[in-house]
Design a protein around this ligand. Structure first.
Ligand SMILES: [Zn+2]
Length: 236
């Protein structure tokens, strides 16, 4: 890891107070701030880069097979889930879907939208309310709630197509029952869990060294990882 431990720890602290703000907090603390009005896909591309810097590119995980319950191991590289070439930036751009009598103009969801929706109690309609700029039936303005579900689905599909990095899916095949499964990989929550585990491990080390030597947290965090490990071994 090439970033100062104290900076990442401070970001972890702030992220615990502001759940919805975690992705942007991490990016800002690590010197890669992005606008909250960038599309989710653009933000996630920045998070993938940050993850590579902090913890490297291999991803290892596990999940239960949805069909037979067998524990499946996940192993892939960040490049495998990176959309290449990078999709054009359509943050804030007006997109349009027309279907028979209906026409909808909308923009892509961004971090500010997700934050508001999660606070309001997540419903797809709320995200639609935020992102739809206008909706008409036979040329007459209607509300989002009046849109048929199939038109809403078209809008959602168009959002995904215009911002592919926002919705990463992994195709898995269970070696035991051979059932296929599609799982979502959300870099924002994945990276947060990694930072959370890292922070708790580091604080446990601070606790151990502070108890043994009487040093302050700042003293201990200022030590490089090799020196910290050396002193920990001495206390063991
Ligand atoms: Zn299975």
């Amino acid at each position: 890891m090439t970033v100062p431990a104290a900076d990442l720890l401070a970001a972890w602290d702030r992220g615990n107070l502001d759940t919805a703000g975690r992705p942007l907090t991490l990016l800002a603390a690590m010197g890669r701030p992005v606008e909250e009005h960038l599309s989710i896909g653009r933000r996630d591309a920045a998070l993938l880069e940050l993850r590579a810097t902090l913890f490297g590119t291999p991803v290892r995980g596990a999940m239960d097979c949805p069909a037979c319950g067998e524990l499946l191991e996940l192993a892939f590289e960040l490049d495998d889930v990176k959309v290449t070439p990078a999709s054009p930036d359509r943050s804030g751009t007006d997109l349009t879907v027309a279907d028979g009598r209906f026409e909808v103009s909308f923009r892509l969801p961004d971090t500010a939208d997700l934050a508001l929706v999660s606070m309001a109690g997540s419903t797809a309609t709320t995200l639609m309310d935020r992102c739809v700029r206008s909706a008409t039936r036979d040329g007459v303005e209607i509300t989002v709630a009046e849109l048929p579900v199939e038109v809403v689905a078209l809008v959602e599909n168009r959002m995904e197509a215009a911002d592919p990095q926002a919705d990463v899916r992994l195709d898995l095949v269970c070696p035991v029952c051979t059932a296929g499964a599609e799982v979502a990989f959300d870099i924002a929550s994945f990276l947060w869990r990694e930072v959370d585990a890292w922070a708790r491990g580091l604080l446990a080390e601070v606790h151990q060294l502070a108890g043994a030597y009487g040093w302050t947290e700042a003293d201990i965090l200022a030590l490089g990882p090799a020196r910290r490990r050396f002193y920990l071994e001495m206390t063991a």
